[in-house]
Design a protein around this ligand. Structure first.
Ligand code: PHE
Length: 467
């Protein structure tokens, strides 16, 4: 006899864990800069509309599929289709994708850990030196830091759903919210903060172009951790008494709220700590912003609050982003881990051990593809330039397969599993759902325009990225 499936201990625990997954580097750094550069308030408005009009139904579809099947994506697609081969591919895609995204996310989390370490030990001027990032990512110490990050993540995961994931989210997420609010208050009370605030919030509808619209949707989709099998897996640990609808709304609100607050922290900081900053210098890439641009800004802060003070602010910032990355990483490794436990009957420890060996090998290869090893650095050629292994993983899994997975789950719940089953699952634990506007909206949108939009994004990305 197998033990009953573990469940989250409380609704709040589930919400914090799912919000922990959703709140990540994408919210804290990617969102503010994208918003500021692409229309400010106009981008924000469009983003919020996408979160609720497009992403929320997909999120609920994933949660319902997971809770009904009580399995990770591999088992969910298999059991709800009685082992259909084609849908089995969707299950595999939703299992391999998180594994590969975990690889590139681990690479970045390790860098974050290095920066956190240096900020805490007072090496702010080293961090602010433009040469530091290149030196850091090619330094052998990185492998020690990789071991530490992998150890922390596994210490959480090995505890299981309630004692590991939920318990860590209950500590890390409130700590993250408090640090974020503290940072926002600190930044907004600096001189010159208003300039940044205006840059961030004043709507400029002329900036809203086709690519900006699809960028905002992509950002919202990634930010809510959709298409990665995460919500199917977390749904499988939800009890039948909780309302999927209201939990999903809370997670979407928390995620969007954090993204918004991150803008209140980052943009005014850029202007007030260093008024000479030229906003056009801002890079779209979260990576270059965190690791090369912001350290310079933190160093500039020393003129007003001293070197120690500036180091403290930088340390809090890196700790904040590190916590956000950790809780996302935990959620994404849980997906293939759950699949191994469900489908192969492995113990949790064995599943984690196997996954970690694979992940560490790929992560080392990706880490080494920033110059340490030539053939990994120039791994393949496409779209007219050489790509590193890291680029390939990013382009294929993050940019391309995510919308495809989203498309598949929409088609699955409406046309294969069927609306009536989806509705029944969503009604469980939620008396108000039956006959509601949301129910009608879900049934219509998930079968029509949402998959259509995701299909267009998928085709467009393939065309742009690889040809
Ligand atoms: N939502 C996360 C973010 O915004 C994305 C993510 C989730 C990445 C889980 C990896 C794992 O960064």
């Amino acid at each position: 006899m197998t033990a009953p499936r573990e469940q989250f201990g409380s609704r709040l625990g589930f919400i914090l864990a799912a919000a922990g997954s959703a709140v990540g580097i994408g919210n804290l750094v990617g969102f503010p800069v994208n918003a500021a550069k692409n229309g400010g308030g106009a981008f924000l408005l469009m983003y919020a509309i996408f979160v609720f009009v497009i992403c929320l139904p997909v999120m609920m579809a994933e949660l319902a599929t997971g809770r009904h099947s009580a399995k990770g994506p591999l088992g969910a697609y298999a059991s709800l289709t009685h082992g259909n081969r084609m849908w089995g591919i969707a299950g595999w895609l939703s299992t391999v994708t998180p594994f590969m995204i975990a690889v590139f996310y681990t690479v970045i989390t390790v860098w974050l850990f290095e920066y956190l370490f240096s900020a805490v030990t007072g090496d702010l001027d080293v961090l602010a030196d433009p040469a530091t990032f290149g030196a850091f990512i090619n330094n052998g110490n990185i492998f020690i830091h990789l071991a530490i990050v992998v150890a922390i993540v596994n210490l959480i995961l090995v505890g299981g759903v309630k004692e590991g994931i939920e318990r860590s989210a209950k500590i890390l997420m409130p700590a993250l919210f408090m640090m974020l609010i503290g940072m926002v208050i600190f930044v907004l009370t600096r001189d010159n903060a208003m300039t940044g605030l205006k840059f961030y919030l004043i709507p400029d509808f002329s900036k809203i172009t086709g690519p900006v619209v699809s960028g905002a949707l992509g950002q919202a989709f990634f930010s809510l951790s959709l298409g990665m099998g995460i919500l199917i897996t977390y749904g499988s640990y939800m009890d039948k008494r909780s309302s999927i609808t209201s939990s999903a709304k809370m997670v979407a609100l928390a995620d969007t709220g954090v993204a918004f607050c991150a803008g209140l922290m980052i943009l005014p900081a850029i202007f007030s700590f260093n008024p000479e900053t030229d906003p056009t210098q801002l890079s779209d890439s979260s990576v270059s912003l965190i690791f090369t641009f912001l350290p310079k800004i933190f160093l500039a802060l020393q003129t007003s609050i001293g070197y120690m003070g500036a180091s403290v602010v930088a340390s809090v910032f890196f700790l904040l982003v590190f916590f956000a990355a950790l809780t996302s990483l935990v959620s994404i490794i849980e997906v293939p881990a759950a699949s191994l436990v469900d489908q192969k009957g492995y113990s949790r420890k064995k599943a984690l051990l196997i996954l970690n060996i694979g992940m560490v090998v790929f992560t080392i290869a990706c880490t080494a593809s920033f110059g340490m090893v030539g053939w990994l650095t120039e791994f393949v050629h496409y779209a007219g330039s050489p790509k590193s292994l890291f680029d390939v993983v990013y382009d294929i899994f993050y940019d391309t397969i995510l919308p495809l997975n989203g498309l598949l789950i929409c088609l699955f719940v409406i046309y294969r599993w069927k609306k009536s089953n989806l509705n029944e699952e969503l009604e469980t634990g939620d008396d108000g759902f039956k006959g509601s506007f949301l129910e009608r909206y879900m049934n219509f949108s998930l079968g029509t325009f949402i998959p259509l939009i995701l299909a267009l994004i998928f085709i467009n990305t393939v065309a742009i990225k690889f040809f």
